[in-house]
Write a protein that binds this ligand. Sequence first.
Ligand code: ATP
Length: 724
Amino acid sequence: MSEAGRTAGPAVHLAEPAGGAGPPDVPAVLGWFAREFDRPFSAAAVLARLPGGLEVTDLDALARMLGTIGLRARIVLRDPARLDPAVLPCVLDQRDGGPLILTGLDRKAGLAGVTDPETGVETEIRLRDLRRRIATGILLVTRDTGATRGASSDAARDRHWFWGPVRANAGGWAQLFVAALLLNLLSLALPLFVMNVYDKVIPNLAFVTLWTLALGVGIALALDLVLRLIRTSLLDRIGRRVDLAVAASLFRQAMGARLLSRPGGAAGIAATIRDFETVREFFASASFVAVIDLAFVGVFIAVLFLIVGPIALVPLLALPAILVLAGIAQIPIARAAGRAQEMSMRRQTVLAESLSGIETVKSLGAEPVMQREWESAVAASAQVGGRVRFWSAVATNGTMLIQQGVSVAIIVWGVFLVSDGRITIGGLIAANILAARILAPMGLIAQTLFRAQYAFISLAALNRFMALPVDQPRTVAHDLRPGRGAVELRDVTLTFPDARSPALDGLSLSVEPGEIVALLGKVGSGKSTTGKVIAGLIAPDAGTVLVDGIALDQYDPAELRAGIGYLPQEPELFTGTLRENLVLGAPGAPDARVMRALYFAGLDETVAALPDGLDHYVGEQGARLSGGQRQAVALARLILRAPRLLFLDEPTNAMDQAMEAGVIARLRELNAGGTGLVISTHRQSLAAIAGRLVVLDRGRAVLDGPRAEVLARLQGQAAERVRG
Ligand SMILES: Nc1ncnc2c1ncn2[C@@H]1O[C@H](COP(=O)(O)OP(=O)(O)OP(=O)(O)O)[C@@H](O)[C@H]1O
């Protein structure tokens, strides 16, 4: 990306998605290009694909935003007058205003056609004036053919999550290569200096020559230092850019991966992502620089041949010996590396699960079990690590032995050649220095290969992770939003991975807009699963789910979940304040709206009585609140998003009767305002607010009808069972 993209540009602040208080806002320039390229989009869906609170302060941010609607935007540094008219329209960055769209160019007349995306006003302007008004950097916008193919995961996209950003820095890599070339050429200065001093200066006591040579080598050494510093900062800059891009992709994938296709669960994913460190370390390490240096070994050997003739054969033969040694050591390391990774993942899982379930662990007295799990995982990984270190030491020390042997061999052979007068003493010393220079990167080769193995195993695991199906496609392709909140399930079947029987087995069910339906049924009858299907969190294997008469997968997940709220049975709160937890799904919502949502969850008075009010710190995972309060907070934050339909899974099971009665009364009020409710419950009191009851059994709706009717049937069945 160009530096120009990062210059302080006009700030078009995005109105925070306020969820419910009118549609969220995106910059007008996005809407302009969406119309131009015929890309329907919804603002909520665009914002769901970007980090919260992103401000379009520069062309980089705008490029990212255009990417979400399937357009490819690229910054170029060019004079607008020299643009090929075929690339229009493109975006210019006004020094003291928002972005400007360049729509036409008449070079002969020296005129440009521009459109202000905010007002839609088109004007003609002299090119000379235009140049004065805009900052450097032009955003070229084209259709992204990869995105419109409907790829469902990062790996399937044309731009690989890792190699893509690596390739995007091609310029940086080329500079690194040039720096390495210069550094390697400069490193010839010292041996040539030594050779000339021994051969020319000392025999003739030519002090002027000595000083001239010393000055030359001094300059070379100073240049060497500067280049080394440049190389370090180049590598660092490339590393940082790749890191930022990769970290963003990894987190997006961690959030987007479909819930049922995540092997290893949350801790497994965390460990896989953490393993990216090994990849990063490899590319930023000294050993990687040594690999680049290896490319220049040929130059040194050629110089060596010129100076000392056949002695060059010694390091030349040592090279394959070192390679073979390093290669052999890799075999046991390769076997161990995969296992080491597995062990580290297990260690991570044990740690994460014991810490997050610490109350359960303590109350069950399960500390010894967890301690044993932890120690065995640590012991196993220590054992594997020990093996890896042993073989790596064999390779490293073996290489050192070869290096020293090369030095001795050069001197011994050199003495004979010197005595024959075929080479000079200066040549012999220079040969030794050069040979050391050739073999230095070789000393790192075993270590480099070893690190590379780890890095590539991690890359393979990360590739698998990035290939997991996601439920949010990369680009927004629809502008649909659930407006009424009607849901219909037709013959829906779903079997969880590795489960013997289906959780939903041909379930058909419909919910009218604004209706209250209670889902009843035994434990494990499929109530929660139904909710997850309706909210689009998991996809059924067969059958159809319609939302407002349109297939659920036609909606963008962001719009679907804004329209249909899902309250899980055990909702999670996060470390932070009450307000932070409440506005999680509606960033920037004003306090008045937050309090109104708390009212519907029956928690407004409790919060008002807190000394810190909405700033109350809820502790880790909401631990400083009671179970019932946590449930009510979770309900309130869902209501704050103003969905058309709410699926509530046992929303009051952690509450006492008084609190439950309060929540029920408020839910009635919420429903009177038009919000439909589907409530999964075992409680009579809660089911009493529903006009309709649906009873599930083994994933099927066995009873469905008005409350009184269904209750009568259930009582009849119970009486029959007692008689039988
Ligand atoms: N993630 C999962 N992986 C595998 N099986 C699952 C998963 N979630 C649920 N199940 C199984 O699916 C079936 C239906 O579960 P579901 O949670 O929908 O039941 P429920 O009616 O909500 O029960 P409860 O009243 O206890 O909340 C159960 O047999 C359960 O074991």
